[in-house]
Ligand binder design. Sequence first.
Ligand code: ADP
Ligand code: ADP
Length: 228
Amino acid sequence: MIYFKNVSKVYDNGSVALDHANVHIKKGEFVFVVGASGAGKSTFIKLLDHEELPTEGTVIVDGIDVTKLRKGRVPYLRRRMGIVFQDFRLLPNKTAEENVAFAMEVIEAPRRLIKERVRNVLDLVGLVGKADALPKNLSGGEQQRVAIARAIVNRPLLLIADEPTGNLDPETSKGIMEIFTKINHMGTTVVMVTHDQTLVDMMNKRVIEIVDGKIVRDVQQGGYDYED
Ligand code: ADP
Ligand code: ADP
């Protein structure tokens, strides 16, 4: 699903965000990416969706060489992934349901399919009762669940989450992890950047740790820290 082959990213100001990184993530895996602020985690994600290009090396996502992708093909790459952010990024003037439907409208899905799929994903994230609520009337956890529904409604192969629980309390965060687990069990590959030690330790999934742009640890079933 994802290959990083000898990938380095040096920004124009000389910051080395990734330093000869090699990673292979298989279809269906659930992977945490951990590391201190400035370690290179966001850069790792930005290289997946062609927001940034590597200075050196090759990035392959679902058989697509992202580093050789022409601009016009970027939307096709991005359709293969759903992205969830720490700050939810919902459209404030659209209801929960409309926020999710919008992701299908932009790819011109047929109306009947939109209706059916939106109901299904709102059910999956436990929000059918809040379909008509605006984001400002939803809790943080509920807003994040809308964002997750929006990210998966087009059935991406890959779900990317950048600090998805960063603004949520521990109980709410656990609920979000249960949803990610369900989505992962449906076959979607999940890559989640996080600082949340409790969640990583609880989940016992693959952990990739980045320090100063270098992958210093990559364990199949690990915790946040080394001592496991
Ligand atoms: P993290 O997500 O782990 O906090 P980042 O990938 O955001 O780390 O950043 C890695 C390094 O690259 C840091 O030193 C950061 O300052 C630098 N960096 C990130 N984005 C840019 C940019 N657009 N221009 C210059 N330097 C950047
Ligand atoms: P269709 O709407 O094409 O008839 P189904 O609803 O029967 O498809 O689902 C087809 C497959 O996709 C099932 O295996 C189902 O578990 C899976 N699936 C449904 N929704 C999602 C989703 N959001 N993410 C990943 N897989 C999903």
